[in-house]
Ligand binder design. Structure first.
Ligand code: FEO
Length: 399
């Protein structure tokens, strides 16, 4: 079997991107990213599932043309309109004039808006449960709004128990030769899935839950996402990860995020970490918000049960890198954390504590404790910080 053939009549035609340094202009791509697209061949008709980011368009058109082996291309199915997948739509329309574009009503509006395509006859607007017969293969459409934009949908091919899932179950990381999980070591992709979910989709947990609900009871042999490996052997693992993260469920462990100008607030973070370790927490991650990528801090905070945030006082509020992290948590509607705060001040004792209390009030997260330090760490603060670590370790789910 050709390495690009996922199942009979399903061929991978996506491209790798090892040039872009930051996805969406924000999120680091140390291992690159893949923009996945697939060709589905029925006995009567053919369909292309999504396109790729515009920088890869020349390679992409070559891939699709080769995969078609002289056949006509009848349909372009759009699951998601973010330009990492829709960027090559105009070139596909030029290369295969007469192709029908199959998508949700909102996606059709976005095609017009992003790419100024005015031909209304070209669209086939589909709704939940609609299907198209390609001859021996049926495309069955499942509307999954807000995974990750409002126009998003998935397509099931029941004959093959195969799902085109859009961004869902996707991860960062270019594909290094193999396409299907069974043909590679997936450990790095699983780590990148936590980062991808929390960074990109994290805000939309309840919509991911709705989508998972629609798929409940559907037997699947293949999940073909728009990023990362095709899932075949690890379908149970990746659906469990998406289910857990979209419920804001977490794993044991503690994440400390702090901002410090001269090392005093950092010293409190170290003591809390020692208290956690002394009490038996084995997965402790300490991030200096001035240095650690936001992407990793968000991912680690999503993944682990306990979150502790500390900040020096700056302009009568949070230190800006910590404020940015707090805002990122708030935007993603983070919940169900064992949470504590700590802060340093010189003359404004309530600035940081007040900001943390506001965060808790807005997110509904309970603050277990706040350790306050005036100017520099002393034996009393050191003890409070160490004891805070031990106390948090004793709470269910942290250790
Ligand atoms: Fe991979 Fe939301 O685009």
């Amino acid at each position: 079997m050709n390495i690009k053939e996922i199942a009979e009549g399903i061929r991978y035609v996506g491209v790798n991107d090892r040039v872009t340094e930051k996805f969406e202009g924000m999120w680091p791509l140390p291992y690159g990213v893949s923009y996945n697209s697939y060709l589905v061949e029925g006995s009567e008709k053919t369909a292309l599932m999504d396109t790729v980011e515009i920088e890869g368009v020349n390679r992409y058109l070559d891939e699709v043309t080769a995969a078609l082996q002289g056949r006509a291309l009848d349909y372009l199915v759009i699951h998601h309109m973010e330009p990492d997948h829709s960027g090559s739509i105009p070139e596909v329309l030029k290369r295969w004039p007469g192709i029908k574009v199959v998508c949700s009503r909102q996606a059709a509006d976005m095609v017009k808006g992003f790419y100024h395509v005015e031909d209304a006859d070209m669209f086939i607007i589909v709704n939940d449960g609609d299907s198209i017969d390609l001859g021996g293969k049926t495309l069955q459409f499942v509307m999954t709004p807000m995974v990750h934009w409002p126009e998003t949908m998935m397509t099931l091919v029941p004959e093959l128990k195969l799902l085109f899932s859009g961004d869902a179950f996707g991860c960062f990381g270019a594909l290094n030769g193999a396409i299907i999980d069974a043909d590679m070591d997936t450990s790095r992709y699983i780590g990148e899935m936590y980062r991808y979910y929390s960074n990109i989709v994290g805000k939309y947990g309840k919509f991911v839950q709705k989508a998972l609900g629609k798929l409940e009871g559907v037997a699947l042999d293949y999940i073909c996402s728009t990023h990362g490996p095709v899932w075949h052997e690890r379908i149970g693992d990746v659906t469990a990860i998406y289910d857990k993260l979209s419920r804001y469920g977490s794993e044991p462990g503690a994440v400390i995020v702090y901002g410090s100008m001269y090392g005093n607030t950092a010293a409190v973070a170290e003591e809390i970490a020692r208290g956690l370790a002394d009490a038996g927490v084995r997965n402790i991650i300490v991030h200096n918000a001035s240095v650690s990528p936001m992407s990793l801090m968000i991912s680690d905070a999503f993944r682990h049960k306990c979150l502790i945030v500390g900040s020096a006082t700056y302009s009568m509020t949070l230190f800006p890198p910590v404020a940015a992290f707090i805002e990122a948590m708030k935007v993603r509607e983070i919940k169900d954390k064992v949470f504590a705060g700590f802060g340093g001040y010189t003359w404004a004792p309530n600035a940081v504590k007040g900001a943390m209390e506001k965060f808790c009030a807005e997110t509904g997260i309970e603050m277990q404790e706040f350790v306050m330090m005036k100017q520099s760490i002393d034996s009393s603060v050191r003890t409070q910080a160490f004891e805070l670590g031990k106390k948090l370790a004793s709470i269910e789910g942290v250790k």
